[in-house]
Design a binder for this molecule. Sequence first.
Ligand SMILES: [Mn+2]
Length: 348
Amino acid sequence: MEYKGLKACEAVIVSKPSNMFYLSGYTGEGLALVSRGLNAIITDFRYVEQAGQEAPAFETLALEGAENHLGKAYDACKKQGVKAVYYEDDEFTVRTWQKAVEIFEGIELKPLGGAVEQLRRVKDAEELRRIEYACRISGETFERILPQIKEGMTERELARMIEFDLYKHGAEKMGFDVITAAGVNGSKPHAVPSDYRISRGDMITMDFGAKARGYTADMTRTVALGEPGPEMREVYAIVLKAQRMAQDAVKAGAACAAVDAVARDYIYARGYEGKFGHGLGHSLGIDVHEEPRLSALSKDTLEENQLVTVEPGVYLPGVGGVRIENTVVVEKDGCRSLVTPTRELIIL
Ligand SMILES: [Mn+2]
């Protein structure tokens, strides 16, 4: 972390797991204290060894006796002459905040206001490498899974197959719950895999991403088992065109809302107004959803080395749905997809 903005009399306490990991590399429980004079992980006996290994640039302060995390942070701040402490206002519960107000007597508590998330928007070379790796694993899993999709298999079986393959090839976790949605279930953008059995003529949407080395991939492909009907074929062609046009519009300097509009305007003009009810995409990294977002509401402009997903979809209740999603790195004059399997319709 760059501490440039932090004055000598200020400190930051962070307990959101993704922010702790970003600042220190630590993945256990507890909190990270960042100040000019001291960077520390405050944790209990269970995580002391782990903290030392994962966060070598941080001191480990272990709780003793009846000590609690905030109390330990307060003592360390007092020793450093800290006068103001920034806390994660979107992470603290009301109860934690009340406790903090009692404990931090004589030290001002200030909201951090998402400052760490702000730093996380633009990725450094190592972060890009990790996300590229997570996307590669995910794409390879997709290719390996395709020949294994059979009529009569349930959505849940398919989801577990995807997970197992990801784990087998380097995933340490799932970036988020795997989505598999076949036939009419495809109209639910965030469908939960069910015991529905995949049948011939179904479109099957698979949305998943490995988490590897702390960073997450995100990709979606919709494939067909046997010939889909003419309506779903047309929907697929529209979503594919929208995805290509929007991805081609991603570059440093592009307004997020304008990129969203490229896909949205095309889909709406082809007769599917209201059938693409979510934003075009989001950034990702340690978390699967980060800023900036590609949405009509966004005021952001894309910057080099940010990542965004480009994932238009069309959802027709009672009929089915199609979504195609790539994760791309924003570059000076365009973007590069880290998800490489074909976007063309695959008929199994
Ligand atoms: Mn996504």
